[in-house]
Design a protein around this ligand. Structure first.
Ligand code: G6P
Length: 362
């Protein structure tokens, strides 16, 4: 039974463990054996002709959108903006002639996102919903739907929906990039990369006992923690901090590592855990020196580093993968750190206080 916890104490751990299979499922659903996408050509065409892409989401889905922006801009060269759904109306973004809207929503029912879609429909713009729930409101009301095929996500803290959203965005961005001749099949073999993501995730999951030890040592007794990184790693720092906050109640912040010194570093005290996410060759050295700055102010530093960039004293090594989709791997240790922190604090991992799985009020 898909909704049965089986041997797992909590759904969250089950859902973290399911991620490698979700990657394989998405690769086989949306690409053929040659690696070419099997998406609706009409959808690819609609995005191809857009002069701007707007991604809209809330919570974890918004964080998946931040990763999507980087992939869409790199692979399609279409300027892409990401919006927190509840802020869209107030940001009042200046719209171009032919924008395309992508809604990210695990449940397909988030009221804040739906409000934007109603507005987008009223203005006659084209839209796609990427969701885990067929026939959900956001799916029915958008022009196109791509399903996440992640199976029911029951734990309030979203895990497999985030990685599935990133995988679908990667497939879509590649398809549009190919159609626009901005990228070739070989430049970014998304099917092969999702296969690497699946085996890489499994390798990290297989180390869960080590991650539990780290959670006990660094986070269970912490009142505050930081995740830092640059570029795509900064977006993962936001999601990593959110995971920790929502289920373990440790006040956590995800931060652009270079921005710390402009104020936030004042919060670093003796023993404050700071995790550096290091997956990009271009920024690895800089993030390491920013970590060093926190260390010299008393922080306990940890790293989640990509194998190709590893140093002897790194804490968690994640396997190599195309730099564009490293969030598929770098987020997994953060999900597990949050899980084990919550578990070892004796909290109800799947049902954190004050939160709902799907928020249907604005
Ligand atoms: C709620 C959930 C979050 C989720 C957000 C957006 O706040 O607790 O985990 O990220 O809604 O939900 P959606 O279903 O639109 O992705």
């Amino acid at each position: 039974e898909e909704t049965d916890k089986g041997p797992y104490p909590y759904y969250m751990l089950k859902e973290v463990d399911e991620q490698p299979n979700v990657m394989r499922k998405l690769a086989s659903t949306y690409t053929d054996e040659s690696g070419k996408d099997t998406l609706d050509p009409e959808l690819v065409d609609a995005i191809k002709s857009a002069d701007r892409i707007h991604i809209v989401g809330a919570g974890t889905s918004y964080h998946a959108g931040l990763v999507g922006k980087k992939m869409f801009e790199k692979l399609t060269h279409i300027p892409t903006e990401v919006h927190v759904a509840s802020e869209f109306a107030y940001d009042d973004p200046l719209l171009t002639k032919n924008p395309f809207f992508i809604f990210l929503s695990q449940s397909g029912e988030t009221a804040d996102s739906r409000e934007v879609l109603v507005n987008v429909n009223a203005r006659g713009f084209k839209s796609l919903t990427i969701t885990n729930v067929a026939n959900s409101t956001l799916s029915r009301e958008a022009n196109y739907t791509l399903l996440l095929h992640a199976g029911p996500e029951i734990s309030v803290a979203s895990t497999k929906a985030y990685t599935a959203q990133i995988a679908v965005e990667a497939i879509l961005a590649k398809a549009v990039g190919m159609a626009k001749e901005q990228v070739t099949a070989e430049d970014f073999d998304v099917r092969q990369q999702l296969g690497l993501a699946a085996t890489g995730m499994q390798a990290i999951i297989d180390e869960k006992e080590t991650i539990e030890d780290l959670a006990k040592e660094y986070f269970v007794n912490a009142t505050r923690a930081f995740y830092i990184g640059r570029g795509i790693d900064q977006t993962v720092s936001l999601e990593s901090a959110l995971k920790l906050k929502e289920i373990s109640y440790v006040q956590a912040e995800g931060f652009a590592s270079g921005e710390l010194k402009h104020g936030t570093i004042a919060l670093i005290e003796e023993g404050t855990p700071v995790v550096g996410i290091i997956t990009q060759a271009k920024t690895a050295g800089l993030t390491r020196s920013n970590l060093q700055e926190t260390l010299s102010r008393g922080a306990q530093t940890l790293t989640i580093a990509r194998n190709g960039l590893k140093k002897d004293d790194d804490t968690i090594i994640i396997p190599d993968i195309d730099e564009m989709i490293t969030p598929l791997l770098s987020v997994v240790p953060a999900q597990l750190l949050a899980y084990y922190t919550s578990l070892n604090k004796g909290l109800d991992v799947d049902r954190p206080r004050n939160l709902a799985k799907s928020v249907t009020v604005e």
